[in-house]
Design a protein around this ligand. Structure first.
Ligand code: UFG
Length: 329
C-alpha cells in the first residue's frame, strides 16, 4: 500500500518512513525542505518536493501514486518561535493542514494519521495525563495542533475522513539501524543540546529553572524513543486501513525524568563531564509532563521497547558523534 508521508524528511517523519518500509508499506515522501533534510530520505524511497499549501499539486501526487492513506508531519514545531511568530504557525500548521485535507478529499483519500503533541494539554491538572484531560494549550504551537484535531473531527463527521491523532510527549533518540537523527535549526531541544555540548560543539548546557516543585527542582518530562513512536504510527495506520474508527492517543513512555537526571545519564553514556549552568525558568514550561499511554496499549497493542533513558541517549549519541554539525557534516 502507498502511504504519503508529508514532512517525511524531518526527524520523526524519517523514522516513520523506515518503519513503514520494514512493515511492507511503500512510503512516498512529500516535503518542501523548509526544515527537512534530503539526506534523511533513503535513495530507494520516492521523494516529491512539494508544499502542503499547493492543493492541486498534492492532489495530483496522491492520484499519481494511488495513495491509500496520509501520515501528516509537515508543520512548524518550535514552541518559542510560535509565540513570536504566530502567523507562521497558523499559516503552516492550520491552513496547511486544511489545504492538505482538501487535496485528500479531491483525490478520494480518506485516512490520515496526524502528528499531534502533548502541548495540547498545557499545564496539566494531574499526571499521568490521559487523553480526556483538560485541553488548555499554553502556546501557539499547541493551539494550532489542537485546532487541526478539531478540523479532523469535523471532516470525519461531515466527510467520513477517518484519522488517528497521536499526541507525542518528548520524542528523542535515533534509529539504531539507519543513519538518521535529530537535527533542528535552531536547536532548542534538551537532548541534542546536551550531546552537542558533550561533543564540544557547544560550550555548556543550561538548566532552565531549578525551583520547580519536583524532587530536584528541575522540569520532569516523558522521553519516548522515536522508533517506538514510529511503530505506533504503523499500528495507527493498520487500524485505519482495516476500517477502524477515528481515535486520539497519547504516546509517551509513562516515565518522568528531570533535566538533571538527563544530564547525569548523558554524562554516564558519553563519558564526558561537560559544563552545566543554572539559569532562570524558560517561559511556558510546565513543571511535570508524564503521559498515560494506557489507551493505545490496550486498543492497538502498542508497547514501547526502546524508551529507557540509556537507550534514548546512546542511540542519539551515536548519531550525533557521526554528525557533529547535523546533516551538514
Ligand atoms: N531544557 C533545559 N535546557 C535547554 C533546553 C531545554 O533545561 O537547553 C529543559 C526545558 O526547560 C524542559 C526540558 O528541558 O523542561 C525539555 O525541553 P525540550 O525543549 O527538549 O522539550 P519540551 O518539553 O519543551 O517540548 C517538547 C517538544 C514540543 C512539544 C512538547 C510537548 O519539543 O514540540 O514536548 O510536551 F510540544
Amino acid at each position: 500500500m502507498n502511504i504519503l508521508v508529508t514532512g517525511g524528511a524531518g526527524y520523526i517523519g524519517s523514522h516513520v518512513v523506515e518503519e513503514l518500509q520494514k512493515s511492507g508499506f511503500t512510503p512516498i515522501v512529500y516535503d518542501n525542505f523548509s526544515t527537512g533534510h534530503e539526506a534523511a530520505v533513503p535513495d530507494e524511497v520516492q521523494l516529491v518536493e512539494g508544499d502542503i499549501h499547493d492543493v492541486r499539486f498534492a492532489k495530483h501526487i496522491m492520484e499519481q501514486f494511488k495513495i491509500d492513506a496520509v501520515i501528516h508531519f509537515a508543520a512548524s514545531s518550535l514552541v518559542g518561535e510560535s509565540m513570536t511568530d504566530p502567523a507562521k504557525y497558523y499559516f503552516n500548521n492550520v491552513e496547511g493542514s486544511l489545504h492538505l485535507l482538501e487535496a485528500m478529499r479531491g483525490a478520494g483519500v480518506d485516512r490520515m494519521v496526524f502528528s499531534s503533541t502533548a502541548a495540547v494539554y498545557g499545564e496539566p491538572e494531574a499526571v499521568p495525563i490521559t487523553e480526556d484531560s483538560r485541553l488548555a494549550p499554553t502556546n501557539v504551537y499547541g493551539r494550532t495542533k489542537l485546532a487541526i484535531e478539531g478540523m479532523l473531527a469535523d471532516y470525519d463527521h461531515a466527510y467520513d475522513m477517518r484519522y488517528v491523532a497521536l499526541r507525542y510527549f518528548n520524542a528523542a533518540g535515533a534509529s539504531p539501524t539507519r543513519d538518521i537523527g535529530e537535527d533542528h535549526s535552531p536547536e532548542s531541544h534538551l537532548i541534542p543540546l546536551i550531546l552537542k555540548t558533550a561533543q564540544g560543539v557547544r560550550k555548556q548546557v543550561s538548566i532552565f529553572g531549578t525551583d520547580y516543585p519536583t524532587a530536584d527542582g528541575t522540569c520532569v518530562r516523558d522521553y519516548i524513543h522515536v522508533c517506538d513512536l514510529a511503530k505506533a504510527h504503523v499500528l495507527a495506520l493498520k487500524h485505519l486501513l482495516s476500517g477502524g474508527s477515528s481515535r486520539v492517543y497519547n504516546l509517551g513512555s509513562e516515565n518522568g525524568f528531570s533535566v538533571r537526571q538527563m544530564i547525569d545519564s548523558a554524562k554516564k553514556v558519553t563519558g564526558v563531564d561537560f559544563p552545566v549552568v543554572e539559569e532562570e525558568r524558560r517561559a511556558g514550561d510546565p513543571a511535570v509532563l508524564i503521559a498515560s499511554s494506557a489507551k493505545i496499549r490496550e486498543e492497538l497493542g502498542w508497547e514501547p521497547q526502546h524508551s529507557s533513558v540509556d537507550e534514548v541517549i546512546s542511540t542519539a549519541w551515536k548519531w550525533h558523534k557521526g554528525h557533529p554539525h547535523g546533516y551538514c557534516g
